[in-house]
Design a protein around this ligand. Structure first.
Ligand code: ADP
Length: 193
């Protein structure tokens, strides 16, 4: 089983590279951002609750996202492995994930942490906002808030996974295919180990 946490600030390219990794290694993609946007599109109570946080660039409460991940892990017991994208985002979420995976005896293999300069993040998010119409990608104040929230609440997870010997930094600057190449080299090395 290959369980990867694809990590990095908003705009680091997690979603794009997750697609590449799924195709290459036949893994299940679990993106809390996508799941939450699905709930909003279906106008569920969970979606309505989440939307208020997402529109401001704040994190959705831990209990909500942990519950979503728990039910998704249960519905895919036969997966060859998972790519966690946009989750965990807090130490509490990381602890909950470790516990859930412990129950299934399939721990996290590695955290692949995409490293991208601040201005490049803003440029990519603004560019995506034009194409996707995502409200949280169109407002510079909300974008800065998301990057700030990342620094305060999510970046500490680097230390969390370093302590487990699972953190791997990946240069996230450059073209999509260059970054994909770096990820592939890293994952191939993990598979050989
Ligand atoms: P990005 O990484 O570009 O910010 P995402 O699609 O991962 O995009 O997340 C969009 C928004 O969804 C976040 O700003 C946050 O409000 C919410 N969200 C997604 N995943 C989580 C999570 N694991 N915990 C809390 N909130 C989350």
């Amino acid at each position: 089983m290959l369980n990867l946490v694809l990590f990095g600030p908003p705009g680091a390219g997690k979603g794009t590279q997750a697609e590449f990794l799924i195709d290459t290694y036949q893994l299940m993609h679990l993106s809390t951002g996508d799941l939450l946007r699905g709930e909003i599109a279906a106008a569920t109570p969970l979606g309505m609750e989440a939307r208020a946080f997402m529109d401001k660039g704040e994190l959705v409460p831990d209990t909500v996202v942990i519950g979503m991940i728990r039910s998704k892990l249960k519905t895919h017991p036969d997966a060859r492995g998972f790519i966690f994208d946009g989750f965990p985002r807090t130490v509490e979420q990381a602890r909950a994930l470790d516990q859930l995976l412990e129950e299934n005896k399939t721990p996290i293999s590695a955290m692949l942490s995409l490293e991208v300069e601040h201005q490049e993040l803003v440029n990519r998010l603004m560019g995506r906002g034009v194409v996707s119409g995502r409200a949280d990608d169109q407002d510079p104040t909300i974008i800065e808030n998301r990057i700030d929230v990342y620094g305060r609440k999510t970046a500490p997870l680097i230390g969390y996974y370093q302590a487990q010997g699972k953190h791997i930094g990946i240069d996230g600057m450059g073209s999509i295919s260059e970054i994909a190449g770096r990820l592939k080299e890293t994952v191939d090395r993990l598979l050989q180990a």
